[in-house]
Design a protein around this ligand. Structure first.
Ligand code: KG4
Ligand code: ZN
Length: 333
């Protein structure tokens, strides 16, 4: 089966084709709107919808061309049904459903976070069920006891900001730009991570939940007290903030591994592309096997949607929710 994947939940138009016989992604196209939103300091939903609409058909054509396929060679279409921005989701869903209708092939709505999780199964060696999953993106921070495909027990989550959101907000405070994650990571390289002692939120709590808004507030008050902010201080703040996030993720993951008695940890989502965080988790969890997707498949992409779609379409399975659902808890899959 050739499965077309369409991702439009936020500001990336991601298109890919997964070949179930070859068990590989045979073409992949991505257009990031980040620079269009940068001047507003964050994603403008209306602008995002318009950009998806402009790019979606040319990118599908390019993906087909790259795979040396025609429209009629497609056997199924997977699209992101949620969670995400309503307008952008509707663009992807309308495209997928109308294309599937005209080609007389099935379509399936995919949960964006399930796709971030499952993309790890495409790697070799692949993690083996059951395992623990840590999803760290712009909208989520989830610890999931992952028993099998479709069985996701959420054992920890953020009670306020998501991790990527904290990176984006701190980047705004430091006047670095959007998206904040990669900019903070770059600046932190020249900074001293011990220069500022930021809190490691919730680490002494008995549960596995996270909270990142206090960390962002700590950066805010630190900046307020600095009269002459220069690049060296900014780099030190970036490095200290990043270290606090990495420590928090490490401590909570360790606790979750102990609690679930798992020894494999699967990580996904945009923040998983942060090399400092990756290294800290690898070093701190030496007794466990850690899996990350390749860097470019941590942030939003079409490959993860096409691949997740293959599990549904090859088994003729539908999601309970086939409509666009901007707020869609993974536990309701
Ligand atoms: O998974 P993703 O592409 O979209 C969502 O599902 O939200 O994640 C985007 C988030 C943004 O908040 C972005 O700042 C963050 O991931 N991010 C990073 C890095 N690259 C992207 N955060 C830290 N370090 C990075 N290198
Ligand atoms: Zn995402």
């Amino acid at each position: 089966m050739n499965i077309l994947g369409i991702e439009t939940s936020c500001d990336e138009t991601g298109i890919a084709i997964y070949d179930t016989e070859k068990q590989s992604i045979i073409s992949e196209q991505l257009f990031s709107q980040a620079s269009k939103h940068a001047e507003y300091g964050g994603v403008v939903p209306e602008l995002a919808s318009r950009e998806h609409l402009i790019k979606i058909i040319p990118l599908i054509r390019m993906a087909l061309e790259e795979a040396k396929l025609e429209f009629i060679d497609l056997d199924g279409i997977a699209y992101t049904a949620g969670p995400g921005l309503r307008g952008p989701l509707l663009i992807g869903a309308s495209m997928a459903k109308s294309l599937a209708y005209s080609l007389k092939i099935p379509s399936v709505g995919i949960h964006h976070m399930e796709a971030h999780l499952l993309i790890n199964l495409l790697e070799k060696p692949a993690p083996k069920f059951p395992f623990l999953t840590l999803l760290i993106s712009g909208g989520h921070c989830l610890l999931i006891n992952t028993k099998e495909i479709g069985s996701y027990e959420i054992i920890g989550q953020t009670i306020d900001d998501a991790v990527g959101e904290a990176f984006d907000k701190v980047s705004k405070l430091l006047e670095l730009g959007y998206p904040g994650g990669p900019l903070i990571e770059k600046l932190a390289k020249s900074g001293d991570s011990s220069a500022f002692k930021f809190p490691r939120p919730m680490i002494n709590k008995d549960n596995l939940d996270f909270s990142f808004s206090g960390l962002k507030t700590a950066v805010f008050y630190t900046l307020k007290d600095i009269t002459a902010l220069d690049n060296r201080i900014k780099a030190n703040i970036a490095a200290s903030f990043q270290d606090a996030v990495a420590d928090t993720l490490l401590i909570k993951s360790k606790k979750a591994l102990e609690k679930t008695k798992q020894n494999e940890l699967v990580i996904g989502g945009g923040v998983a592309s942060n090399k400092y965080i990756r290294n800290k988790l690898i070093k701190g969890l030496k007794d466990s096997k850690i899996y990350f997707p390749p860097l470019e498949r941590c942030t939003d992409n079409g490959a993860m949607i096409a691949f997740a779609g293959s599990f549904y379409l090859s088994n003729n399975k539908k999601n309970k929710n086939d409509q666009v659902r901007p707020k869609w808890p993974l536990s309701e899959l």
